[in-house]
Design a protein around this ligand. Sequence first.
Ligand code: F1P
Length: 341
Amino acid sequence: VDRVLRGRIDDRFNTVHLGGLNLDAREARGIRRVKILGCGTSYHAGLIGAGLIESLARIPADAEPASEFRYRNPVVDPDTLYIAVSQSGETYDVLAAVQELKRKGARVLGVVNVVGSAIAREADGGTYVHAGPEVCVVSTKCFTNTVVAFALLALHLGRIRDLSVAEGKRIIEGLRKLPAQISEILESEDEIKKLAEQYADAKSMMFIGRVRGYPVALEASLKLKEISYIHAEAYPASELKHGPLALIEPALPTVAIVPDDELLEKNRAALEEIKARSGRILAVAHREQEKADHTIVVPKNEDELDPILMGIPLQLLAYHTALALGRDIDKPRNLAKSVTV
Ligand code: F1P
């Protein structure tokens, strides 16, 4: 982290293949757009990464499922930095997207967990996320580490551009707090287990979040689907009123991401809409939410880093829901460790 602050991300992550940003300061200043590609959990981490790059480096950024990108004959822009994200480094849709980009002359970085994997070998640079092996098929700690890697990359790009030293320090201090805060969340596992048991009877669940909270909602709903087989949908909180509110009733619980940030009141208004339709609400928030039936309280960090912490109790919620339903956590049905077709 210190090295990143001093603008030396390349040193820190220089290992087999990849080897850092591989751009000089002039090239890095010339990036007009960042496009992040990944599948499943890696796509969701990419969405959070895009938000971090926009907030901290003020570069327009977005993420797209690699499985869509590779089939739509994308326009490749020389001023766009492309980043492929993959835990296994072997997911074929991501690899095919990287190959398609390279055929069209783009530079592609990899943000990858498995050292020496196909995507790491194919990429022009990037970083390993050093999450260690994902013992279970479902990606969890790699999600967290990938988002942290994006925070570091965003800081680095920000330092090359307009980010002030004070802003950079604020984020670095936030990153330093993460390990203790994550331990604190893991200590509340018993409480989360009890909540999972209470909500495990649901046939379907709604997940909502706004802006930074929306990718957290997407990822939490994917975790629940992957290992508990409960149907789940994720919506941006403001989209509820454009149709899905019709679904809200006591039998469809909503998990709401409600951080203490500039959008708190907006998020609370969404909770009111749900309560007005007698929907059960489980909030993940920085303090008890009056409108929610239950709140999982997580420690507050810098606004930009909140998604890292808010995702973790929801990974535990999915895990304990799956256990309560007697699912095989380590071998979820129809899920391969890396999807290679
Ligand atoms: C992508 C992914 C995972 C998911 C499952 C299937 O893998 O969608 O997010 O949990 O393992 O593949 P990867 O490219 O990140 O290895």
